[in-house]
Design a protein around this ligand. Structure first.
Ligand code: FES
Length: 384
């Protein structure tokens, strides 16, 4: 965020000061003219942590508790993420993780990581990270949180590890004794063993009268008597009743987004009332709409950097990952095409961006790409 201040005029800085004050509910009037200081306090570029606890959630997911080495952590809005910065065997990379602990907890953050097939970073965090190790991240970021304009009847729809931002929201509301919100959580998992935070959610259901949990298991064991299958229009209707006046929040894998978006339409939810967490780079872009015919999982293309260096890139790997593996680092935060930090000039060739990526019109017009979610589908040349 402090990068955004560079080149801003007084009015723009003032506007951002007001935005900050509203977001973090702080009164910055006394600190007038000291915006940069406030921004760095609430939104530092980098935080250093020590791992203080690692808890197993399921056979494929763990919660990692991290405390600041300086003793203070910036506030965050439940639903925001931090981008964990790593050096794994010489490869400098990063991954964004939603904070799963409540924002009322100021001594530490927790992130909950689930094993991904071929997940370079998730494998490291789940199998090699130990209590006492050091980690770093960028400051809390992201826009997946509740604004008052959405009203107070909230329907959270989560799939798999997409539960993490909702866990932070639910615990925060409960700990703040916020009785103004009415919350339904529809949580889809493949089977019972995949449910992350099951005991915490059951406990919340008992002590937080405004909260209702609706678990949906797609591949249940014999005899399971709860909701089964996918999160269909029928299940949404049965779980939340009339959808009028309710705000829907979606976080989960890409397949769930596509499916649930259609089901929400069927029950009459307007797109305006649906808030989606941004999607990280898809694991298999070849299955997405618009993927060019003739480019497959084995396709390899040449990437020329600054007309000097040439590297090889797999068509199905996000360009940013390829660059990092070759020792070329770009500043990055969201790794989902949202923050624009990794923005790079494409001077020749073609890349594929999934349709869900929100590229600015000017970026498209002037040939800028977001390598975190760009896949080379021809030989390309970039300037960095
Ligand atoms: S890291 Fe945010 S757009 Fe690439």
């Amino acid at each position: 965020m402090s990068n955004k201040l560079e080149g801003m005029n007084g009015i723009e800085k003032f506007r951002m000061q007001v935005e900050f004050a509203q977001l973090f509910n702080v009164d910055n009037r006394a600190a007038k003219g000291r915006l940069e200081e406030s921004v760095n306090k609430y939104h530092p570029n980098r935080i250093d942590y020590r791992v203080v606890e690692i808890r197993e959630q399921t056979s494929t997911a763990k919660t990692i508790r991290i405390a600041s080495v300086t003793g203070s952590l910036p506030p965050f809005v439940p639903g925001q993420y931090i981008n964990i910065l790593l050096d794994i065997n010489g490869v400098k990379t990063s991954r964004p993780y939603s904070i799963s602990s409540p924002s009322t907890q100021t001594a530490y953050y927790e992130i909950t990581v689930r094993e991904k097939a071929d997940g370079f970073v998730s494998h490291y965090l789940l199998n090699e990270l130990r209590v006492g190790d050091f980690l770093s991240s960028t400051g809390p970021d992201g826009h997946f949180y509740h604004y008052r304009i959405y009203g107070n009847h909230l329907v959270f729809i989560a799939g798999g590890s997409g539960i993490t931002p909702f866990m932070s929201m639910l615990q925060t509301y409960y700990e703040k004794h916020d009785t103004t919100k009415n919350i339904d959580l529809i949580y889809g998992c493949a089977n019972k063993d995949d449910i992350i935070f099951e005991s915490e959610l059951r406990k919340l259901e008992k002590v937080y009268p405004n909260f209702r949990l609706h678990l949906v298991i797609s591949d249940p064991d014999e005899g399971y008597d709860g909701l089964t299958g996918f999160i269909t229009a029928d299940i949404i209707r049965k779980s939340v009743g009339n959808v009028e006046g309710k705000a829907f929040f979606l976080c989960g894998p890409e397949a769930m987004y596509n499916f649930v978006t259609d089901e929400l339409k069927e029950v009459g939810v307007k797109d305006l009332h649906v808030r989606r967490e941004v999607q990280s780079a898809p694991s298999d872009p070849t299955k997405l709409i618009g993927w060019p015919q003739g480019v497959n999982k084995n396709s390899i293309f040449k990437v020329t950097i600054n007309n000097e260096k040439v590297i090889e890139a797999k068509a199905t790997e996000p360009l940013l990952n390829t660059l990092e593996r070759c020792g070329i680092t770009r500043e990055a935060k969201c790794r989902s095409g949202e923050c624009s930090l990794c923005r790079t000039k494409l001077t020749e060739g073609t890349v594929y961006h999934p349709s869900t990526v929100r590229l600015r019109k000017s970026d498209r017009q002037f040939g800028y790409i977001h390598p975190c979610v760009a896949y080379p589908v021809s030989d390309i040349k970039i300037n960095i």
